[in-house]
Design a protein around this ligand. Structure first.
Ligand code: NAD
Length: 478
């Protein structure tokens, strides 16, 4: 079956298709997915524009019921959707199940937010005048998402967009369209009026570019790489439309001498290597104080030796494959760069064979690395982390902040003093204390600073900032 695009309430095919390949077994074709042409992008945007006036004034209860229904179906089908996610992206089943479950909760959370959404009432500084700050939907939102969270990231953009009365034109990653198509299929049966939600799959440089530069798009929400994000920022600035970007990271995890060693190892293993290190919130810089350094490296190396790198859907696998050949080559190139830069390869470093042809890479740890090296300044986006030894907390903090990124940062310590100081002084959008840098809740702001993010934060009630626009009204009754 070829999976079609969803435009104006109709499933619409195109002759161009992409082949979705299982990274755990490249002989396994997950499915074929249509790539929209420019004419189909135009139709999707026109349908969304036509649907907007009515949808933007629809009853919040209607929107809430639809979003809740979507969340309920995602949960009811979580095993099937998680299997698809693991098969197409290489995330192990447990992690895939977590991602799908979270997608369902996001829809349920924004179902309630649709009803709760309101504005503010204030007294004017002038006598007998009242002021209302109301919130209105923005219009037609272009939603562009990456391959690494193919159902959760689309959910945390699409659910608030619809909850606040916007229409959506959604383009998932060309590499991993299956879970996003599954989500679109659920949305197509949830009771949305035709044109409110549209799916146009295809390549970023074609379909994504057409969305970003289209006059019918009122705002763009994008998650992906820094390079693409910067070009989207420029395109949106030229057109003067709202834009929200969630981009890369090079997140630090500090381990202080007073840390509980077991916690430090567990937190580093999870943050740096789970989901094959393919998370924007992964902690790829492990900044470790001298006295605990050797014990931490020994503990983490031992834990890495216990990991099972294999087919993402095989019971017992703890680290799945890298997503595709291009990403695997990028990871291997950075491993060579790390060696050339003089870091010590303490664990892993090589691609590995399994019973099925897939993109398997041993979890890789560098030690004796310096923060200014490329392996510590550029996002690798694989199961590769490096240890930077520091002499004390002050140096650790300074090292943690010495990066162009600012998504999240973690610290493992038993000292409240250092934990609180780090919370205040880490130049990032999210701080984790004695917890992995990856792993966030859906009801609080998500996003970073510096080159990691641009525009209002996502998720929780902060989503309202991007998906609505304010109107201030002054009223004198007589
Ligand atoms: P990417 O930038 O290659 O692609 C992201 C999306 O943009 C895809 O749908 C792609 O098709 C589309 N696109 C590509 N070129 C385009 C163009 N010229 N115009 C319009 N759209 C275009 O990113 P990716 O490789 O899919 O994802 C990995 C990246 O995503 C990593 O850098 C990672 O850090 C980042 N990421 C960030 C967050 C976050 O919240 N900060 C979360 C997950 C992933």
């Amino acid at each position: 079956m070829t999976h079609a695009n969803f435009i104006g309430g109709e499933w619409t095919k195109s002759s161009d298709t992409s082949r979705n390949i299982n990274p755990s077994d490249t002989n396994d074709l997950v499915g074929e997915y249509c790539r929209a042409g420019i004419g189909q992008v135009d139709s999707a945007i026109a349908s969304a524009r036509a649907a907007f006036p009515k949808w933007s004034r629809s009853s919040p209860q209607l929107r809430a019921d639809i979003l809740d229904k979507v969340g309920t179906e995602i949960h009811a089908r979580r095993a099937e959707l998680a299997d698809l996610l693991a098969r197409e992206e290489g995330k192990i089943l447990n992690e895939a199940m977590g991602e799908v479950t979270r997608a369902g909760y996001i829809f349920k959370y924004f179902a309630a937010e649709a009803v709760r959404a309101g504005g503010e009432y204030l007294h004017s500084i002038r006598p007998d005048v009242e002021v209302e700050v109301s919130r209105e939907p923005v219009g037609v939102i272009g939603v562009l998402t990456p391959w690494n969270f193919p159902i959760a990231i689309p959910s945390w953009k699409i659910a608030p967009a619809l909850a606040y009365g916007n229409c959506v034109v959604f383009k998932p990653a060309d590499l991993v369209p299956g879970s996003s198509w599954g989500l679109a299929e659920i949305l197509s049966r949830a009771g949305l009026p035709a044109g409110v939600f549209n799916l146009v799959m295809g390549q970023g440089t074609v379909v994504g570019d057409a969305i970003v530069n289209h006059d019918g798009i009122d705002a763009v929400t994008f998650t992906g790489s820094v390079k693409t994000g910067q070009s989207i920022l420029q395109a949106c600035a030229r057109r003067g439309v709202k834009v929200q970007l969630e981009l890369g990271g090079k997140n630090p995890l500090i381990v202080l001498n007073d840390a509980d060693l077991e916690t430090a190892v567990r937190v580093a293993l999870d943050g740096a290597y789970f989901s094959t290190g393919q998370r924007c919130t992964a902690s790829s810089r492990l900044i470790v104080e001298s006295d605990i350094h050797d014990r931490f490296v020994a503990g983490l190396s031992k834990a890495l030796g216990q990991q099972i790198v294999d087919d993402a859907r095989k019971p017992g696998t703890t680290i799945g494959p890298v997503v595709n050949a291009t990403q695997l080559n990028q990871d291997k190139e950075y491993i060579e760069i790390g060696k050339k830069e003089g870091a010590t390869l303490a664990f892993g470093g090589e691609a590995i064979q399994r019973s099925t042809p897939g993109f398997y890479l041993a979890p890789t740890l560098f030690t004796d690395s310096r923060n200014e090296q490329r392996i510590n300044q550029e996002e690798i986006f694989g199961p590769v982390a490096s240890v930077i030894r520091v002499s004390g907390y002050e140096e650790a903090l300074q090292t943690a902040n010495a990066t162009r990124f600012g998504l999240c940062a973690g610290i493992v310590t038993s000292s409240l003093k250092y934990a609180r100081h780090f919370q205040r002084n880490a130049d990032v959008g999210m701080v984790m204390v004695n917890l992995p840098t990856a792993g966030v809740d859906y009801h609080v702001p998500f996003g970073g600073r510096k080159e990691s993010s641009f525009g209002p934060k996502e998720q929780g009630q902060s989503a309202r900032e991007f998906f609505t626009q304010s109107k201030t009204t002054y009223i004198k009754a007589t």
